[in-house]
Each structure stands twice: as structure tokens, then as C-alpha cells.
Design a protein around this ligand. Sequence first.
Ligand SMILES: Cc1cc2nc3c(=O)[nH]c(=O)nc-3n(C[C@H](O)[C@H](O)[C@H](O)COP(=O)(O)OP(=O)(O)OC[C@H]3O[C@@H](n4cnc5c(N)ncnc54)[C@H](O)[C@@H]3O)c2cc1C
Ligand SMILES: NC(=O)C1=CN([C@@H]2O[C@H](COP(=O)(O)OP(=O)(O)OC[C@H]3O[C@@H](n4cnc5c(N)ncnc54)[C@H](OP(=O)(O)O)[C@@H]3O)[C@@H](O)[C@H]2O)C=CC1
Length: 484
Amino acid sequence: MADSDESNFECVVIGGGICGVSCIETISILSPLCKTLLISGSPLVKVATGVRQLTKTLEEFDVEERAFDWVESRNANIRVVSGQVTTVDSEKHVVHLADGRIFSYKMLCVCSGGKPKVIAENNPFVLAIRDTETVQEFVRKLADAKRIAIIGNGGIATEMVWELEGVDAVWVIKDSSISAAFVDAGAAEFFLDSWKNRKDKHPATCVQLKRIKYTNNDAAKITPFGSALGPDWATGLLMKGKSDHSSDFPIQLELNCEVKRILTPKEYAAVFGTPTESWPVYVELTNGKHFGCDFIVSATGVTPNVDFLQKTLPAGAFAVDGGVTVDDCMESMVKDIFVAGDACTAGWPFSPHWFQMRLWTQARQMGAYAAKCMLAKLNQEPITMDFTFELFAHATKFFGFKVILLSLFNGQRLGSDYEVLLRMTKGVEFIKLILKDGAVQGAVLIGETDLEETFENLILNGTDVSAYGEDLLNPDIDIDDYFD
Ligand SMILES: Cc1cc2nc3c(=O)[nH]c(=O)nc-3n(C[C@H](O)[C@H](O)[C@H](O)COP(=O)(O)OP(=O)(O)OC[C@H]3O[C@@H](n4cnc5c(N)ncnc54)[C@H](O)[C@@H]3O)c2cc1C
Ligand SMILES: NC(=O)C1=CN([C@@H]2O[C@H](COP(=O)(O)OP(=O)(O)OC[C@H]3O[C@@H](n4cnc5c(N)ncnc54)[C@H](OP(=O)(O)O)[C@@H]3O)[C@@H](O)[C@H]2O)C=CC1
């Protein structure tokens, strides 16, 4: 290829995470002759493999890290380069890389992911988990730790506390129950109770949803953050500290509070007097408690990683949460710039049963759908929205239990005007249905319930279930028979 060919592409995709790779794979399948470039800030890309469709909208897959040449070998029209995009010139349709290279595009898809929100950005005792490197740093520091503080109440904190061994942890939660980013107080109680009464941390009944291996790649990543970790990042990792306690429940829960300040030993002594035990860092909480620890994990969510678009897009192109607002074709306010995955904020009128959460499945689906939209625009063809945006569906694993979340599982968007139907067997299963206007609007299915397909259908079809009352969750009745 001549030089100019080397830098001119029809489609350019920024980001080698699950979203960017799903985008180029879809372009490659739908339009094998489309000249496409993937610019990855990390030395390996993340590929979804072994996709298993559990129901119409619910899927599981494994995630593997692959070298650039694996991606290129699948299609001669795909090129993958390593580099950090610093700016995008939307007038000239070119992207600039930190090393001076320039690539032109007809259609651009930004899949640059998110970066952790950190409670005290430059404090060396505060650690955030995002990618393979940060998790390795965590494991390394943990090996020398007797007590840590975990701040945040979402996916990372929930998965981390379950895996910890040989360390005391103070879990600082601003809500009144654990894991509130995903489940309500009832399900949280189910988890806590099962956890405290567990006989075996990984009992045979616990379903292994998926397992992946992350490589320790020696090549330096180019952007400050590599691709986000995902399913099973915590499973199989030895998260072991050096405390010699033998408690089965070494977690101290601090509910309804936040970190007031983080203090050095000197600052702590000045405020609270000389401590009985000396620690590298101290934490004061808004509930008045204070304690020392080896380090602090900030697991307080992500913010879209789109700073390099600040000069390209007008202020109005960004949503309140910092993501780039996209329309129902994943396109931003600026022509031919599409944004997908953790980097974007879905800005179209949602279907009644879907909403955005920054998760693997949505990153993969958005990447694939953005590819279809880019090609449709290139070819001036119409496009209809993917079915995947009809219903929110998430499969994961918390505290050793399979967890399925469907549609408005916490009554999102319904205000207080809905009914809840519950079935719970301690240590075995927790099922919660959200009902409104006689129809199922959402479901939380914890344990081996095998009900995901049934409830997905009831939600999607808007079936009137009011005649069934509580029988809907009667364990002696096979509800599949009702709706056959
Ligand atoms: C610890 C952890 C555990 C998680 N567990 C789960 C889970 O169990 N289930 C689930 O559904 N979700 C989980 N998530 C969320 C999920 O990982 C993300 O939603 C998903 O990976 C987002 O994919 P993405 O491709 O949009 O972004 P990312 O994976 O963040 O990829 C972004 C890519 O863009 C590159 N990049 C960034 N800026 C530039 C630039 N300027 N130039 C070039 N390249 C750039 C980065 O290097 C990276 O390769 C987890 C997240 C974390 C952090
Ligand atoms: N199994 C899964 O599906 C997993 C998914 N993930 C995903 O990875 C991403 C990163 O995970 P994570 O960091 O846990 O983010 P999450 O968004 O899951 O959770 C962040 C939590 O921290 C709370 N929080 C925010 N700021 C503060 C603060 N200053 N002090 C105390 N608490 C605070 C949030 O409360 P509030 O919401 O009220 O602001 C929320 O409960 C998320 O997109 C998450 O969905 C991660 C791990 C596992």
C-alpha cells in the first residue's frame, strides 16, 4: 500500500476494549471490503469469545486478551495500531496521535471506555481498580496488608469483599445496605445472611458463569488506562493479606457514611492523639469513626474517558455524567463521530424496559450496533434499532450466586407506584418481581431459579399476569405451563 493508503480509512475505531473490538468485528463481517483501522491504547485487545445466548436478550461470554495480529489475520482490510489519540479534527475528518501520526476517516467510532472516579486522586495510599495492571498492584499491596478500607458500594466492592482472605476490611458504604448499585436492601440481606452462614465459599451449587484469564502483558500501555476488566476479574485471583485472624466474616460494615478525610499518621496524631497501633494511613468517616489501615481501595464508579474530545465537540455534546451524548444511531452531535460503550451516554428515548448501565454486555452490543450505523451511513441506507436495546438484561455472579437482572429490576423509572412479589429461601434463592398495571416490569433472580426466560417473555410481551396473583412465584406451580 502507498503511504496515503496507510493513513486513509473508511472507518476508524478508537479503543481496543470490548466495545471497539466488537465494532471492528461487526464491520468486518458486514462489509469485509471496508478499510478499517483500530487504534488501541493498550498493547492487547479484549475479545469476547464463546458467546452463549441464554435468552433473547441475556448473554454470557468469555473475554480473552489477544494480540493485534490475531485481529488483523481475520480480515486483510483491518489494521490495528498502538497509539494514543490526542485530538480529533472533525472538519478535516482526521485523528491525531501523540506520536505525530495522523489517520483520516469517513466514519469514526470512539470506544475509549471509562476511567475510575477516585476519592483522593493523588494520594499514594488510595488505589482504584480498572485494568489488569491496577488489579495486580492491588494484589501485590494486599499481600503485605493486615487491614484495608474499601470505599464504594457497586460491582467492584461487592466482588472484592467476597474474595478477600487473610485481611480485615472496613467496607465504607454511603447507603443503608450493601451492593446498592445493583440490588435492593432485601437482596442485600439475602447475600449477607448467606455469606455469614456459608460453609464453603465456593460451594458446588454455585454456578460459575464465566471464567477468563488475564495476561500480565509486559508491553507498556499507551493510554493512562488499559481496557476495563470484566466478568470474573476477581475469581481465581488470590486476594490474600497477611493478617493471621481466623474470622469467617472479616468485614466491618460501615453503612450510611462516607469518607470525611484521609489523614497521614502525623495529621492523625495531631487530631486524635497518638494511636495505639500505627498504620501507614488513617481514615475518618462522616459517622465520627476513625481507623488506621494499610491502604484504601476507591471503588466509587467510573467516568467516561473522553477528555481528548473536549476541543472537538461543543460543550452541549457532553451529558451530565461526562459521557458523549449519542442518538439512536450512536452518533454524537458532530457529524460522522459515533461514540459507544462506557464512553457514551445513551441520549435517545429509551424503550420502556431498557436503560444504560456501564457493563460488558452493553459495551459489546453498542460497539456492534455502532458498526451497523456507520456502515448504513456510509452506504446511505436506513437502519433500525437493535433488539438488544428493548430490554435491560444482565447476568453476573455476586457472593457465589448467579444473579440475573431483568428490565426495571429495582423499579427504576416507576416512582413508588409498583408492587413487589418476593420468594426467598435462605441461602438458596431470592426472586423479586416488579409488577405494574398487571404486567411484570422487572425481575431480580438470584440463585439457580431457571426463570429468566419465562420472565423475559412476560416482560417483553407485556402479558397481563394479574389473574395469577402470588401463584406467579408459587414454587409448587410450574409457571412455564401457565404461559405456554
Ligand atoms: C474491575 C472491573 C470489573 C468489571 N466487571 C464487570 C462484570 O463482571 N460484568 C460487566 O458486565 N461489566 C463489568 N465491568 C465493566 C466493563 O468492564 C466495562 O463496562 C466494559 O469493559 C467497557 O468496555 P469499553 O470497550 O467501552 O471500554 P474499555 O474496556 O475501558 O476500553 C477502552 C479502550 O480504549 C483505549 N483508549 C482510551 N483512551 C484512548 C485514546 N485516547 N487513544 C487510544 N485508545 C484509547 C483504552 O486503552 C482501552 O483499550 C467491570 C469493570 C471493572 C473495572
Ligand atoms: N459483576 C458486575 O456486573 C460488575 C460490574 N462492574 C462495573 O464496572 C464499573 C466500575 O465498578 P464500580 O467502581 O464498583 O462502580 P459502580 O458504579 O458499580 O459503583 C460505585 C458505587 O460507589 C458509590 N460511590 C460513588 N462515589 C462515592 C463516594 N465518594 N463515597 C462512597 N461511595 C461512593 C456509588 O454510589 P452512587 O451510585 O450513589 O453514586 C456506587 O454505589 C461499573 O460500571 C460497574 O457496573 C464492576 C464490577 C463487577
